[in-house]
Design a protein around this ligand. Structure first.
Ligand SMILES: *Cc1c(COP(=O)(O)O)cnc(C)c1O
Length: 247
């Protein structure tokens, strides 16, 4: 590299790191404000930095600021970046759709798989976890907007799926995850989040053995405050922290 391009790279990194710092402070303020304002009870709100497409250099910068939970969508991308990440004391979750044939690669590499939406994938996670003497935490992903294009279990099949997964060894159901449809208004998206909170409370109240409804993962850059107001206790923010994604 020439001296000029090295300088450019240095400058780009410095600026982007500074904006990550500013964004992080602002997001934490927004989370605190929304948490104080909400009418539903659901404990503290956990912040997750969504790191898809982000280079390890910037992920590590976010970790140095105190971020202690990251989420990645793709198994391959996460495993590729993992050796370069400073993950001491940091928890990593898979948040993207998981194909059964990738389960072997991801079990043991993340603490939690947030995107479980079928018995088939849960059975495979159970089988692989058991064979390695591990327990994998999972969230059940709900297709709250009944969108054909989206993954996630249908609302009316959720309770049955929870019962079935609860029977599997090596898997611990810790909550629910959702990505609502793109909405025009805040009121509209809050309606979907409120439905999720209701499902979360319904399942908790059934007291199913081996189901620990603790995490309600919903809300991204455009709507995490709305999600918190309706009861989310884990928000997943990518572009709002790192800047627009470059694919
Ligand atoms: C990309 C992604 C996010 C973060 O999206 P932003 O809008 O960039 O905050 C959250 N959750 C899931 C499942 C994602 O794929």
């Amino acid at each position: 590299m020439t001296e000029k391009s090295l300088n450019d790279l240095e400058q780009y990194r410095t600026q982007r790191c500074r904006s990550i710092e500013d964004n992080y402070k602002e997001i934490l303020d927004n989370i605190a404000r929304a948490t104080a304002k909400r009418n539903v009870e659901n404990g503290d709100v956990k912040f997750m930095a969504v790191t898809k497409t982000v280079e390890p250099y910037f992920i590590n910068h976010a970790l140095s600021l105190g971020v202690d939970l990251i989420g990645e969508n793709r198994v391959q991308e996460f495993l590729g970046k993992k050796p370069e990440l400073n993950l001491d004391g940091v928890d990593a979750h898979l948040i993207g759709h998981l194909q059964t044939n990738k389960v072997k690669q991801i079990v043991g590499e993340v603490s939690t798989i947030q995107s479980v939406d079928s018995l088939k994938v849960a059975q495979e996670i159970s089988k692989v976890s058991q064979s390695r003497g591990l327990t994998t935490n999972v969230l059940v992903e709900v297709n709250i907007g009944d969108e054909l294009s989206k993954s996630g279990i249908e609302q009316n099949e959720l309770t049955e799926l929870c019962h079935e997964i609860a029977e599997l060894p090596g898997v611990k159901v810790e909550g629910l995850m959702a990505i609502p449809p793109i909405c025009e208004t805040s009121a509209e998206v809050r309606g979907f989040f409120a439905e999720m909170y209701k499902l979360f409370i319904d399942i908790s109240s059934k007291k199913i053995d081996n189901i620990y409804m603790q995490i309600l993962s919903m809300g991204m850059t455009s709507d995490y405050e709305d999600a918190i107001l309706e009861g989310a206790n884990l928000v997943r923010v990518g572009s709002g922290l790192f800047g627009a994604r470059i694919y």
